[in-house]
Design a protein around this ligand. Sequence first.
Ligand code: SF4
Length: 407
Amino acid sequence: MSEAIHDFSAKLRQPSLRKPVTDYLRWRRSLARARAAGAPDPAPPEQAPISINLDLTTACNYRCDHCIDWEILNSGHQHDDARLRGSIETLRERGLRSVILIGGGEPTLYPGFASFVGFLKAQGLQTAIVSNGGRGDRLLEAAEHLEEGDWLRLSLDAASNELFSAMHRPASKSLTLDGICKWIPRIKACNPSFEIGYSYVIVWQGASRDDVPILENIHEIAAATERAKRYGFDYISLKPVLERGEDGAEIMDPEATKHSLTSVIARIHEQVEAAQLLADERFSVRVSTNLRVLEEGSWQELRNQPRVCHMQALRQVLTPMGTYNCPAHRGVDKAKLGGADAWSDDAMAGLTAGQLADLIDRFDASVECRHVTCLYNSVNWWLEKQVEQPSDEIDIEAGEERLDFFL
Ligand code: SF4
């Protein structure tokens, strides 16, 4: 079973998402039929992705040893605020339902961050924020705009101030893990309606970034869970570290461990079990799909992708450097759908629909993503099965309405 947040097939079967999903499937089926008959390709539907990852900035006030976006950080690329807001409006008019502010840099450093969050909410979009927590004041300001169904997750990855500082190397020496956590009760007092998570990327000895070794933190998982609960977080999210493969893709590479993989997994398991004992009605311990398959030893199965990645039509990544088909290929040229202006107005959106059709043809996920333990693996195979159905009728079983549009 997938963790609910990663059960993307269930999300796509929500009655409220029926139209974009069926429109996409109808197009793929008619395309297959047209090509089999030697007829011209039908035009793709004029629809935006349901969900985007939005990198607001490449600036960051940390120097994390394990940062997956190291190459992009502080590269000087910037959004034009008016154009970015125009893009969001164009996307929303074409079916966008959610935005995750994440990646490539620290979102709270975007000028007018809280006002931008207010703008997203005024557009009626579900909004999530993934932050390093270093600007609690800006998170507090943004919190007043959020509502039930939105969420905030802080990337903390440690239980002790010492390990936190060594792993994250914040620009301000006075910033501590205690200092960050103290903002949580204040944010909760301002607005208790949305969930706040403590994100913990599990690092084992042998993991590296560009051959720079990164610090292990397996031993602090249970203590971090206790800390998260004590400070009023709603959950801790445990996930294994990802590295950049040679082709730029984000991959999980447990075989790189310096110790026996079995002993690393056993140590993780012991800590995760201790963490899970702390779960109760108010506080949960969430084990990511990647961590679950690592513990089960079945992560290779998530590397077997269909040729076509269907999710690139339903979820994209908008960054100051351009628009990409997937978070796992952020900043990689062959995964680029267009510039930062790909959705900036109707004319650009029309062009981008054509670019998307080309990219879906060109980007062979069975090759490009063969090293990625892809969280979207099962939903891609589910969509592939739907595309292969011979009938004209799109007959997908409706699922429960969760009002969760994050993909
Ligand atoms: S198959 Fe997975 S990793 Fe590859 S582009 Fe699609 S969603 Fe991303």
